[in-house]
Design a protein. Structure first.
Length: 240
């Protein structure tokens, strides 16, 4: 290709006249790209310029409304989190006042259903109790139950996991009612030589979504693990 041909391929320089002609040929340009108007500085003259200014103001007004809406949403989330934190704090204090495992479990289940919109709540500890009480057997699954493997990942990471449970997890935790649980959160419990799971289930599939923030529930898991520590036998059994 000759130098002259290469030169001919270069685009024509952008001029005011070309911009004007482009806008005339594309009257819907600002409708398709309204954000451009937010950056324009148009004199407050009469004539056609007035309509452009009005359009710019409308765009800025819409942006302001969206910003206000988002701000109100953030304020509402903060308010809800503050209220949730207060309820969580009160629950922790109530659990610390309990003087036996049955009271701990009953208090926890009642409060989770009443104050935290839980449809079901259950604890499974993969350990043996340090006491003999036939009233508290379901929570202690033993330290050699094969279902422990279903929760190894959550217990090892020590981070709550939310979303839809696996079928085997639902059956083990919630029994015959497991099929009604549409979403749940798994909260790891742990001691020096034991592990466990607190699961909060909901009939609403949108209640506990994958990736949702569960920092407060993680704190609850830490507090509950500490409260349960005296009642759990520390005899961790590792799988071969």
């Amino acid at each position: 290709m000759s130098g002259q041909e290469t030169k001919n391929l270069k685009p024509d320089p952008l001029t005011d006249d070309r911009v004007v002609q482009f806008l005339k040929d594309n009257p819907e340009f600002f409708n398709q790209y309204p954000a451009v108007l937010a950056d324009l500085k148009i004199p407050h003259d009469h004539g056609v310029a007035v309509s452009l200014i009005e359009k710019q103001i409308a765009v800025l007004r819409e942006q302001n409304q969206q910003t206000r809406k988002r701000l109100h949403e953030l304020i509402e989330i903060a308010r809800q989190n503050e209220a949730l934190a207060r309820r969580m704090h009160q629950l922790a204090l109530t659990l610390m006042d309990a003087d036996d495992p049955k009271t701990i479990f009953d208090t926890l289940y009642t409060n989770l259903k009443k104050d935290f919109r839980a449809d079901r709540a259950v604890i499974r500890l993969f350990a043996r109790p340090t006491f003999i009480d036939n009233r508290v057997t379901d929570e202690f699954a033993g330290n050699a139950t094969p279902e422990q493997s279903l929760f190894e990942s959550v217990m090892e990471k020590r981070l709550p996991l939310s979303g839809r449970l696996q079928h085997q997890q639902q059956v083990f935790l919630f029994g015959d009612e497991g099929h009604n649980i549409a979403s749940a959160v798994l909260i790891p419990l742990h001691g020096k030589k034991w592990g466990g799971i607190l699961s909060i289930g909901s009939f609403d599939a949108a209640r506990f979504q994958v990736g949702m923030g569960v920092e407060l529930l993680a704190n609850l898991g830490e507090i509950l693990s500490f409260i349960l520590k005296p009642w759990v036998e520390e005899t961790w059994v590792e799988e071969n």
